[in-house]
Design a protein around this ligand. Structure first.
Ligand SMILES: Cc1cc2nc3c(=O)[nH]c(=O)nc-3n(C[C@H](O)[C@H](O)[C@H](O)COP(=O)(O)OP(=O)(O)OC[C@H]3O[C@@H](n4cnc5c(N)ncnc54)[C@H](O)[C@@H]3O)c2cc1C
Length: 117
């Protein structure tokens, strides 16, 4: 089975890790629209105060954590989900202050590349 998790925040990370624990051979893809590795929002004030560096905000300290778990990370923004067709449409995230999202690189098999912006 192929599990596609939309959102790479704490909920997405726990979902990926839990699925992996129970389904060692399934395919797991986590789609997140922020370019940083999954991070803790509660660490943001500490980052702004200079108490931790950016890496100190990451939810998982090993930079190979998701590779090690065979969780494929895709940097993209899900724009629609068609559960009946089992299809997720993604586009690249909008850069700050940009009005349109662009489609310039292939995503993953099973995900559409269309952008509805
Ligand atoms: C400054 C701050 C301090 C906090 N402190 C605490 C605390 O001390 N204790 C506590 O319990 N909670 C705290 N929280 C709340 C906590 O961070 C949230 O409850 C938690 O982050 C929710 O996790 P989540 O994975 O559900 O959602 P999020 O953390 O919001 O993660 C969702 C992710 O999905 C991405 N995403 C959204 N839409 C799409 C899409 N269409 N396609 C692809 N990706 C998408 C988002 O960009 C984001 O990266 C704090 C929050 C903030 C902002």
């Amino acid at each position: 089975m192929h599990h596609v998790i939309l959102g790479a925040g704490p909920a997405g990370v726990i979902a990926a890790e839990t699925i992996r624990k129970h389904a060692p051979n399934d395919t797991i893809t986590m789609v997140g629209d922020e370019k940083e590795p999954p991070y803790s929002r509660m660490a943001i004030p500490y980052l702004l105060m200079g108490n931790v560096g950016e890496r100190g905000t990451y939810l998982r300290k090993s930079l190979t954590h998701f590779d090690d778990l065979k969780v494929k990370m895709v940097h993209a923004q899900a724009s629609s989900v068609d559960a009946a067709a089992r299809t997720v449409t993604c586009c690249l995230p909008r850069p700050p202050r940009s009005r349109k999202c662009g489609v310039s690189r292939p995503l993953i098999p099973g995900l559409n590349r269309a952008c509805s912006a």
